[in-house]
Design a protein around this ligand. Sequence first.
Ligand code: GTP
Ligand code: SPV
Ligand code: MN
Length: 586
Amino acid sequence: MTQPNTSNPAVIQWVEETAALCQPDKVFWCDGSESEKASLLEEAVARGILLRLNPKKLPGCYYHRSTMDDVARSEDRTFICTPTREEAGPTNHWLPPAEMYQKLKTLCAGGMRGRTLYVVPYLMGPPGSPLTKVGLELTDSIYVVLSMRIMTRMGQVAYEQLGLGTDFNRGLHCMLQMDPHQRHIAHFPQDNAIISTSSNYGGNVLLGKKCLALRIGSWLANKEGWLAEHMLILCAQSPSGEKTYVTAAFPSACGKTNFAMLAPPPHFAGWKIRTVGDDIAWMKPGADGRLYAINPETGYFGVAPGTNERTNPNAMATIARDTIYTNVALTPDLDVWWEGKTEEPPPELTDWKGHRWVPGGREPAAHPNSRFCAPARNNPVFAPEADDPKGVPISAIIFGGRRAATIPLVYQAFNWIHGVYIGSTMSSETTAAATGDVGKIRRDPMGMRPFCGYNMGHYFHHWLRLRKRLANPPRIFYVNWFRRDAAGQFLWPGFGENMRVLKWIVDRTHGRADAWETPLGWVPGPRAFDLGGMQDFDITRLAKAQEIDLEDWRREALSHDELFLKLYADLPKELIFQRELLVARL
Ligand code: GTP
Ligand code: SPV
Ligand code: MN
């Protein structure tokens, strides 16, 4: 549609101003309809932006290959542009808003010549929820339009919620020449605005996701008294029908999507796990003193490598249709493949760079951060509560990261303040989800280090203060699926077997599972952790996975200071006291 499909004057004015700056050949107003989707797909295929995959094997699925230096989030190029540096805090890159606007306006001037500017209206959150936010993304990428259509409630529904209001997020995405030196993911929290240049990678350019739902979202949440978190939301339904809702914050590529759609092993017959969300939770205290969560998204932008019928059968079903794949490998008959999809790779592939690939080489066929973008409704265990504007009441919050040593499989915080401490000292080996080193341990508080849109010290205060508004706060836990033995093998089988840990957590929230006190927190008592039906795993192996080595933990406690010293000026005293108590217990 080349004429505005809204009468909202603020929207029309902003689109006109942006078009005057970027000078596209054409402005296209998206309505989110099926016919629009069909024609955009056709155009994307004709222009070589998408490749249609084998319709017999993968109906409705398409393939996209990115440029080679645009394959992950660019944390180095991500900025929080608040009036003062102090508001952005020591964990964010910062520039004064005026300086960043000037720089980006110069870059974007005439930046859409020869291209179409797509106007993408979208909602983050179910229509009618008090937490739901309206966004508009102006982009010259048809790949972004088609992905936003999967990841958000896109189209007229957003204009309906906005009415004639002016409270919407203004997101501008200009691909420019894709030069990494011109890449900026710039946030202006005071203006509810985002400008992203020179990238076409998910987390950098699907502006509703990390930019709005987490960075701007966390800033708004601090102001308005709620939480915007990098968390999955799941429902665990027991054989008797009791539903327990749980969120979990793991850093990027540390297991959220997999845990959110966990398939319980046969021993847990009758248990059902349902997915409310796989990446982001917006949470607010309810009138009953419980914490309620919504998932602002409608799709999964998930890690492909490692996904298979055994590790994640629900994801495999989800991505069998209507999915956009990015940077995976292709078979000669236009099926997809990635490391870990099958035990034996196919004899011949085209790799993510477009080169012929045969097994045995050193380079992976799929990029380690190759992704699928799929509608949540395809998920066989999709929780219909995901559309409930009220959200779901959360009984447990789980923190966790990827650590080869030191951190036990599971423990429970003594109380909320202690829970905030274990979340704030969360750590993980870095992954391919962001450019830079892989496998280096870093502190990643609440999995939010790359996503907290304001001063991390103030963020900890906000978490601590929230307790006063929760008569019945969620219980807080810590997990580590990634501990290894001396031979480098994972000590814990993970994936579906994580049900055993989840069951203990669920039982704890209902006050019916045995626990032992340790210096770190509560751990499962010997009879409370169900090992039934497990092969190659027994109580000795569990003891290894749960081991707390006091010497290792003294070192770990010292390394908590690394980030705390950086944040010292704004660090809540409660966290300093918690650290002292931990050291005393060790
Ligand atoms: P983002 O989308 O980047 O936020 O990642 P995520 O937290 O959703 O991680 P995801 O579930 O996609 O998992 C990332 C990688 O870890 C994949 O390669 C998974 O196969 C692997 N993984 C997930 N859960 C487990 C587990 O329990 N054990 C082991 N060993 N690997 C896991
Ligand atoms: C993450 O990196 O945490 C993701 C993928 O969920 S992206 O949307 O690219 O940020
Ligand atoms: Mn994520």
